[in-house]
Design a protein around this ligand. Structure first.
Ligand code: AHR
Length: 659
């Protein structure tokens, strides 16, 4: 499937080059038929899709600074290093003690490994370097915590050091004793900024101790929540005003094998009881191996629901339907095994929406959220296809709809834009009628331009469409040299005019992938890049932001829709009583345009948002995060007419007050 996508990719390349170099007419007229409103559309159409790929969760959106805090990676000492000192007796550098992994009398049954240390000399220590960079900021506070069991040492001394070894923060955990596991914590304030800091831990008393869940966590999280999310990254999501949040993936839902599939129940409750699991993106790509990629599930289903609520979005969880990734093991649970998967889905609905008196609703309440999360949709499987999937979807749907007819079910057509499999899946879905069908497009920019009219031709009586994953690939799907440039972003904008214009069919759309750690990524392109301290949105992020912030509630007819390199869509926002017109000029020539509104009584000042760059290769970066970003201005409308300039290669949004 992916090689098919790759070959299609080059077919469009020539067309795109022609489009950018052709000389379009310098004047355009755009007619908006404000007198004939079209179908209602969802103002929640544009949302986000979060997957833990590119180290987006641990060390990213979930800002734990310690890698492998629970010693549950398959190499349990991953991320931890002993501190060596010159030993006069040995004549070489030696640690002042010894460490090993133990499993007897563990912290709990899902966290079975822990660190055992023997301190031979005061000053025995070890350190952690975080997720490819432990970032601390001057003046910020960090909560150091650990579970300890010790009948010897009574204190654990901590320092945070910068790469030169200079100490930028200090703290002590103390008062151990009694021989039982107990959690200790202290706050460390950093007095300097360091992007690649170390957390060093020292025992200054001889003896033995056990340690687990060693955590260093920023105090200043989104909404100041303990175990909360990284503020700058949530802010970028908040600023999108996404209509929904799809989580937790993606292929990660499926797992490379069923044994390593995502199980939501292991991601809720106390963080020390969440069971660490290998991340399926650890060795998917030979060119970016990441053997240290695991999932702590500190960011679990409760946190995902809370994130959606915080940013005003609807939650759209996706669950495994008894199938591992069809690009990997293609393992399938037997039909007799499906009950467990279906029960997980039923229990999830109870966790999200059930009363606090119910078992799963009770857990949600104990975790701090007695009110329901108002889950209305559920994805059954991720990117699945074929008869085995159809059979499993049918079983799921029968059980779920019998108990929860109010939950809209999302089914997949797999990966691909057309072809036999795609058509066969749609044929099945027209009969089985899931509420929404999920399509994924990882294609070249030319494909997105050529397909802005794709949904003009879709059946209006079938299931609704969710364009669940899409992103223009400048080099090809899964290629490490894809660029997050303006050429890709503007082609996505042109395509999105077609989604909006067909909002009676296309209910939702989300760009993928959402986030990438610049020091640890596997997949490009991505909407948001971050490192241990900084973050920025790509041009594609800003396209999503401009569209999501300017979604309407009714389609308004507009002509032309895709002509001479101009792509248009118009909606009415009935809550603000504004006409919202989007015009994307993908050509390299600036144009003057006259916008004619059918209602000549419309006059006033329009709010204008423009996203543009004359350079198709323009990108944002840590140093220039706003190189391509929206600029606001105003324009006058007189008697239903507005004269505008459409910059070369620009996305233009006009919010025009209606009388
Ligand atoms: O977005 C990256 C991956 O692409 C998703 O996990 C999967 O659904 C698709 O193949």
């Amino acid at each position: 499937m992916r090689s098919h996508v790759l070959s299609c990719f080059w077919l469009f390349a020539l067309g795109f080059a022609c489009l950018l170099t052709q000389r379009p007419p310098s004047y355009a007229r755009i007619d908006v038929d404000t007198a004939h409103l079209g179908a209602p559309i969802s103002p929640r159409m544009f949302g986000v899709f979060f997957e833990d790929i590119n180290f987006a969760a641990d060390g990213g959106l979930y800002p734990e600074l310690v890698k492998n805090r629970s010693f549950e990676f398959s190499q349990p000492l991953t991320g931890w290093h002993e501190i060596f000192h010159m030993s006069a007796a040995a004549g070489r550098d030696m640690p002042k003690g010894e460490m090993d992994m133990r499993t007897d009398a563990p912290l709990n049954t899902s966290n079975t490994h822990y660190l055992h240390v023997r301190v031979y000399e005061p000053g025995y220590g070890f350190f952690n370097t975080g997720y490819r960079g432990m970032g601390v900021k001057r003046g910020a506070e960090y909560l150091l915590s650990a579970y300890l069991r010790s009948e010897g040492p009574k204190t654990l001394r901590a320092t945070i050091t910068d790469p030169s070894g200079a100490v930028v923060g200090r703290g002590t955990l103390q008062g151990f004793g009694g021989g039982a596991w107990k959690r200790y914590e202290t706050v460390i304030k950093a007095d300097a900024t360091a992007a690649k800091a170390h957390l060093n831990l020292y025992f200054d008393e001889k003896g033995e101790a056990d340690l687990d869940m060693i955590s260093l966590f920023p105090v200043d999280t989104w909404r100041q929540r303990p175990n909360g999310l990284r503020k700058d990254l949530v802010q970028l999501l908040y600023d999108l005003h996404p209509g929904f949040v799809r989580f937790p993936g993606g292929c990660i839902v499926e797992g490379r094998q069923l044994a390593t599939r995502y199980r939501w129940k292991t991601t809720v409750g106390d963080v020390s009881e969440r069971k660490t699991l290998v991340n399926r993106w650890n060795d998917e790509f030979d060119y970016r191996p990441a053997p240290d990629y695991f999932q702590s599930f500190g960011l679990g289903f409760y946190e995902y629901f809370q994130l959606a609520e915080d940013i005003g979005a609807r939650p759209l969880p996706v669950l495994n339907c008894g199938m591992a990734c069809q690009f990997n093991s293609n393992e399938t649970a037997g039909t007799e095994e499906l009950n467990e998967y279906i029960q997980d889905a039923l229990d999830l609905i109870e966790f999200a929406n059930g009363p606090a008196t119910s078992p799963w609703g009770g857990l949600r309440a104990r975790m701090g959220h007695p009110a329901p999360f108002h889950m209305e949709m559920l994805g059954v499987g991720n990117e699945q296809w074929g008869p085995r999937y159809i059979e499993r979807y049918r079983t799921f749907a029968a059980a779920l709809k019998a108990k929860h007819p109010e939950i809209q079910l999302v089914a997949s057509v797999g990966l691909g834009t057309d072809g036999d499999t795609f058509r066969a899946m749609w044929q099945a879905w027209r009969q089985l009628r899931p509420d929404i069908v999920d399509e994924h497009y990882y294609m070249g920019p030319e494909w997105f331009l050529a397909n802005s009219g794709r949904y003009d031709r879709y059946d209006r009586s079938g299931p609704k469409v969710y364009v669940g994953e899409f992103a223009a690939q400048t080099a090809g799907i899964g290629m490490p040299n894809n660029r997050n440039n303006w050429r890709a972003a503007i082609s996505e904008a042109a395509f999105m005019t077609g989604l909006e214009r067909n909002g009676d069919v296309v209910q939702f759309a989300s760009y993928a992938a959402l986030m990438a750690n610049a020091d640890a990524w596997q997949w490009t392109p991505d909407a948001i890049w971050f490192d241990s301290l900084r973050s920025y949105g790509t041009p594609s992020y800003y396209v999503q932001r401009v569209f999501a912030n300017n979604a309407g509630t009714r389609i308004v007819p507009v002509t032309p829709v895709a002509e001479n390199g101009l792509y248009t869509a118009a909606t009415l926002d009935e809550s603000t009583h504004e006409l919202i017109l989007k015009v994307v000029n993908v050509t390299s020539a600036a144009r003057t345009a006259e916008i004619r509104l059918a209602d000549t009584k419309i006059s006033g000042t329009a709010k204008v948002t423009i996203l543009e760059s004359a350079d198709p290769n323009a990108e944002n970066s840590f140093d220039r995060p706003d190189a391509v970003s929206p600029v606001s201005s105003a324009a006058e409308v007189h008697s239903g007419s507005m004269a505008v300039r459409l910059g070369a290669s620009s996305v233009n949004v006009y919010r025009i007050p209606m009388p």
